[in-house]
Design a protein around this ligand. Structure first.
Ligand SMILES: Cc1cc2nc3c(=O)[nH]c(=O)nc-3n(C[C@H](O)[C@H](O)[C@H](O)COP(=O)(O)OP(=O)(O)OC[C@H]3O[C@@H](n4cnc5c(N)ncnc54)[C@H](O)[C@@H]3O)c2cc1C
Length: 465
């Protein structure tokens, strides 16, 4: 099938069927699966000039943590022209890929694949920052206000579009815990969040002593990259993590079934309290470190002992940074606490990388105009139903869907690329009410729970006990 863009016919002021906000992998997946549905008039808006996937963390050699089959479309429709394999075909790279026998592709390759899809799909509007979504009860439509940006990111024009349905896919933003916030206001010393790592890598490598804070995958990858590029015996590196160990990501076959539609359905049907408890307790399923990265770190450390001596690298888990501040003008002092020993100490360093994770970008600002219609849970988070619809007052006849903003209702699989195509297909099935993407009713060998959530008893559904 050709990937040639087919311009969608759209009268300038006519309302769209669906407007997407943000073009990260989640909404790009939705746009790709919506593409063949000729009856749908869609438009997607993204503030950046082009599709990029965490560009500051495309460290050479790093791979995605899910098999390449978790591309934008395959798990919903392997016959789509927007598969990763079709991307390779357009690049004449199928044979090298076949012999490479790689299930986990380079992160830079996933980024390039996404850009290929974004450059060839119609209906995507880059350099458009969405400012507000409102419900217009007179016209029964959503109003979406946006700012069109020029190539310097400055306002070029303001615009508004109307739509019957919206889908928010605005992703995540870097998270900096409160005690570490004073650090980023220290311009004389390099203190950067992992999201900006590659932009500052040379400056970091030139620093006398570097501290990496955070024991997740990003912290591990950055520590490894710095380690590999510091002189043997004079590494001058600290790697601190809050978790009790530099723990491996749970990657057993049955463990991975927590990232299936079956588990997502089970989780969604649990009570709010239980869901909140589970998300915290399941950290090792998604926040820990891939075993290959742990092995590579150990290999690199070991290699540095071959000629005697130990590398000048301190790796300590179980450490909380209590406070942090500037010393003189060019140094940072970290006040540390070891939670198990109940001991405290100070560390002076010349550069800090905050690998302290990401949080869902709050919807409140964009959705301020929808606030009177939004139904919330006991912790004031938006309620999201099993078809990824925000629960709104029944007077709102349009639907607002969310992608990757529903961890509190759908669980730890929410940001996972392996569920993106399935979620997009679920949304399109809900939107069209026609099931353009028939989805399997059973996706795991594990039967989660004694009673099954209210899924239709179709073939393949586990027996109820
Ligand atoms: C470094 C890193 C590596 C990861 N690796 C993996 C992995 O290997 N496997 C896996 O399963 N998951 C991985 N994830 C988790 C997750 O899949 C990705 O974060 C993914 O990018 C989420 O896609 P998204 O579309 O929800 O959000 P994003 O990729 O964050 O995209 C959201 C987009 O919305 C845009 N936007 C926001 N607000 C507006 C606005 N007001 N107007 C217009 N545009 C707006 C943003 O500019 C952005 O481009 C990783 C995450 C990180 C941070």
């Amino acid at each position: 099938m050709s990937t040639t863009p087919q311009p969608t016919h759209h009268e300038p002021d006519a309302p769209r069927d669906l407007v997407g906000i943000g073009i990260g992998p989640c909404n790009l997946s939705l746009a790709a699966l919506a593409h063949p549905l000729a009856e749908l008039d869609t438009a997607f808006y993204e503030q950046h000039p082009t599709f990029t996937w965490h560009p500051g963390q495309l460290i050479e050699g790093t791979t995605i943590q899910v098999p390449f089959l978790a591309d934008l479309v395959t798990l919903a429709d392997p016959t789509s022209p927007w598969t990763f394999l079709n991307y390779l075909k357009t690049r004449d790279r199928l044979f090298p890929f076949y012999f490479a026998e790689r299930f986990h592709i380079h992160r830079a390759e996933y980024d390039a694949y996404g850009r290929w899809v974004a450059e060839n799909l119609p209906g995507l509007h880059f350099r458009h920052q969405v400012d507000a979504v409102r419900w217009n009860p007179e016209h029964d439509l959503f109003e979406v206000d946006f700012t069109q940006l020029d190539k310097n990111g400055e306002t070029e024009a303001l615009g508004r579009t109307y739509t019957q349905n919206v889908v928010l896919g605005i992703g995540t933003e870097p998270h900096i815990p409160d005690p570490l916030k004073p650090l980023v206001q220290t311009p004389a010393v390099p203190v950067i969040h992992a999201t900006d790592y590659l932009d500052h890598r040379d400056t970091l490598l030139a620093a006398g002593h570097i501290t990496v804070i955070g024991s997740g995958q990003s912290g591990a990858e950055i520590f490894l990259d710095l380690l590999r590029n510091r002189p043997t015996g004079r590494e001058k590196l600290h790697w601190l993590g809050r978790t009790e160990a530099f723990a491996p990501m749970e990657y057993s076959k049955l463990g991975l079934e927590h990232f299936t539609p079956d588990y997502t359905r089970y989780f969604h049907a649990l009570t709010e309290d239980v869901r909140d408890r589970l998300v915290t307790s399941q950290w090792q399923l998604h926040k820990a470190i891939d075993t290959a990265t742990i092995a590579a770190i150990h290999d690199e450390l070991y290699r540095r002992t071959l000629h005697g001596g130990w590398p000048d690298a301190v790796l300590t888990p179980g450490v909380r940074v209590r406070t942090a501040g500037r010393m003189a003008t060019t140094k940072i002092e970290l006040h540390l606490e070891h939670t198990q020993q109940n001991t405290r100490s100070r560390l002076t360093t010349d550069a800090v990388v905050l690998a302290t994770g990401y949080r869902e970008r709050p919807l409140d600002h964009i959705l301020a105009g929808l606030d009177p219609y939004l139904r919330r849970d006991s912790r004031e988070r938006p309620r999201v139903d099993d078809q990824y619809r925000l629960v709104l007052d029944p007077s709102v006849t349009g639907t607002a869907y969310v992608q990757n903003a529903e961890r509190h209702t759908h669980g730890i699989g929410t940001p996972d690329l392996g569920l993106a195509a399935w979620r997009s297909a679920t949304i399109l099935n809900s939107l069209t009410q026609k099931e353009p993407y028939p989805l399997p009713t059973r996706t795991a060998f594990t039967t989660f729970g004694l009673e099954q959530p209210t899924t239709p008893a179709l073939k393949g559904t586990p027996a109820s006990w």
